[in-house]
Design a protein around this ligand. Structure first.
Ligand SMILES: *[C@@H]1O[C@H](CO)[C@@H](O)[C@H](O)[C@H]1NC(C)=O
Ligand SMILES: *[C@@H]1O[C@H](CO)[C@@H](O)[C@H](O)[C@H]1NC(C)=O
Ligand SMILES: *[C@@H]1O[C@H](CO)[C@@H](O)[C@H](O)[C@H]1NC(C)=O
Ligand SMILES: *[C@@H]1O[C@H](CO)[C@@H](O)[C@H](O)[C@H]1NC(C)=O
Ligand SMILES: *[C@@H]1O[C@H](CO)[C@@H](O)[C@H](O)[C@H]1NC(C)=O
Length: 429
């Protein structure tokens, strides 16, 4: 996640130091889920028919690309198939459209693994591993496993040069500039960086994903949305080392439900507005989530000096279990510049412009906080947060003690029972 590298760098560096420990501890085998029945009327383009070995050692990239191109240019309904029961090693691939096929399916029932050694990656291809781009109408499913082989990336074993790491660590899976995509019934694991990114896309439905990486793996967000609209994420279980779901840039009409999250950093809107940029995130609904042992729960984070807004956000029916910052808004964020050589310098001089945070409702948020201040609403004096509504909140400390709250420059109101209570600067609406 580009905008968060500086924060996470120190973690990466610490991970470097414990690299040897991390290198050995993970099994790449997981349970293979039974493959689904193929649609009988569709033409099947199996990677095996295009020469894939599926032995986990040979490079099957060309076979994948050839099978995809055949499926994508077929005029009948077609299925790009990665068969069940085998492991396919592939290098970075762009599954590009537009496709001629009206009903196109990618059925991933086997296991796909990335090259494990960062040094084996072409330096020019280190930003994305598997990308689907410019496709209109696609179902990606099949019960398979997509494994980013991230261990050595996390450990930094290719190079101890941290600027190298910062420049290019691949995201495992990207859906780019696409629409009407249904992504479901898959396991993503051990990405070098973000597991699933949805960028410049609209009308995307994400369902029944399992996303898993160690809690201390750096920058391994579960699902990262940027410049995307009409995205629905439901029934996903995400346990990684960074945000379970993060939403940035210009994104709107996002619905998240039945999420199980943790370990990880929780659900994050932002960061927004870094390097004085304009970001606009609106109409986000989180309806039904359980967060356990996460670093944050429901977070909105914007940089001072930015512009745009985060507005029209509803968080409801969320259960917290020992979450470190269950409800947190930081609208005034600033951090010293990172040591990554490719990043502009951040200046923290109390810049007065801010990303507006408006119309955010928290309803039925219950459970336990790992820190004393279960609610932290830190807004800017020059551009306060407005229309912040808390209703039916019940957060205690994990040891049963009463939690407290912190708030600054927050306009809004409390309805029903709100524990811990929050002080607002002035009444809302
Ligand atoms: C939710 O996802 C899990 C696997 O990730 C699956 O077993 C279950 O059937 C899904 N539930 C629904 C209602 O689809
Ligand atoms: C506040 O946000 C909610 C959720 O997106 C939306 O339905 C509502 O219209 C917004 N209200 C105002 C006053 O902007
Ligand atoms: C709660 O979380 C804190 C901080 O992550 C951790 O130190 C503690 O062991 C956790 N407590 C329980 C009961 O899980
Ligand atoms: C920013 O504001 C804080 C609190 O008002 C103040 O303590 C600090 O000195 C200011 N920093 C700069 C660089 O102006
Ligand atoms: C709320 O404001 C009152 C009056 O200023 C103060 O006594 C109380 O400590 C504040 N409570 C919190 C949670 O900040």
């Amino acid at each position: 996640m580009v905008s968060r590298m500086s924060e996470n760098l120190s973690l990466s560096m610490r991970i470097c130091i414990v690299s040897l420990l991390l290198c050995t501890g993970f099994s790449t085998e997981g349970p293979l889920i039974k493959s689904l029945d193929l649609d009988a009327s569709a033409a099947v383009f199996s990677v095996d028919s295009y020469g894939a070995k599926g032995n986990g050692v040979s490079d099957d990239s060309q076979a994948f690309l050839a099978a995809w191109n055949a499926a994508c240019t077929s005029s009948s309904d077609s299925i790009f198939l990665v068969p069940h029961g085998k492991t396919y090693l592939v290098k970075p691939i762009n599954f590009n459209g537009p496709c001629k096929t009206v009903h196109l399916t990618a059925q991933i029932s086997g296991k796909i693994v990335a090259p494990a050694d960062p040094c084996k990656w072409n330096p020019k291809e280190r930003s994305v591993w598997l990308q689907f781009s410019n496709v209109q109408g696609l179902t990606i499913h099949g019960g398979g496993i997509i494994d980013g082989s991230g261990e050595k990336w996390w450990a930094g074993s290719c190079s101890r040069d941290t600027s190298h790491r910062c420049l290019n660590v691949p995201t495992a899976f990207v859906l780019y500039s696409s629409s009407n995509v249904h992504l479901r019934d898959l396991t993503f694991q051990n990405s070098p960086k973000i597991h699933v990114q949805i960028a410049l896309s609209t009308h995307v439905q994400v369902e029944n994903l399992q996303i898993v990486a160690p809690g201390d793996s750096p920058n391994t967000d579960g699902i990262h949305l940027s410049i995307s609209e009409h995205v629905m994420i439901q029934n996903c279980t995400i346990a990684t080392g960074d945000d379970c779901i993060s939403i940035v840039a210009e994104s709107s009409n996002i619905q998240i439900s039945e999420l199980i999250c943790g370990p990880g950093h929780g659900i994050s809107i932002g960061s927004l507005g870094k390097y004085n940029t304009k970001d606009t995130v609106s109409d986000v609904v989180v309806n039904g989530a359980s967060l356990s042992g996460t670093q944050n729960g429901l977070r909105i984070k914007t940089w001072q000096g930015g512009s745009g807004y985060a507005q029209g956000i509803i968080f409801q029916h969320v259960k917290m279990i020992n979450v470190s910052n269950p409800i947190i808004i930081n609208q005034n964020y600033c951090a010293p510049s990172s040591s990554c050589q490719n990043q502009p310098t951040t200046i923290c001089n109390n810049q007065s412009s801010a990303v507006q945070v408006n119309n955010v409702t928290y309803t039925d948020i219950t459970g336990t906080s790992a820190t004393q201040d279960a609610i932290k609403l830190a807004c800017s004096a020059t551009a306060p947060c407005t229309n912040i509504v808390l209703e039916d909140i019940s957060l205690q400390l994990s040891n049963g003690d009463t939690a407290s709250s912190l708030s600054a420059n927050v306009q809004g109101s409390s309805n029903g029972q709100v524990a811990p209570p929050v002080n607002f600067s002035s009444p809302s609406m």
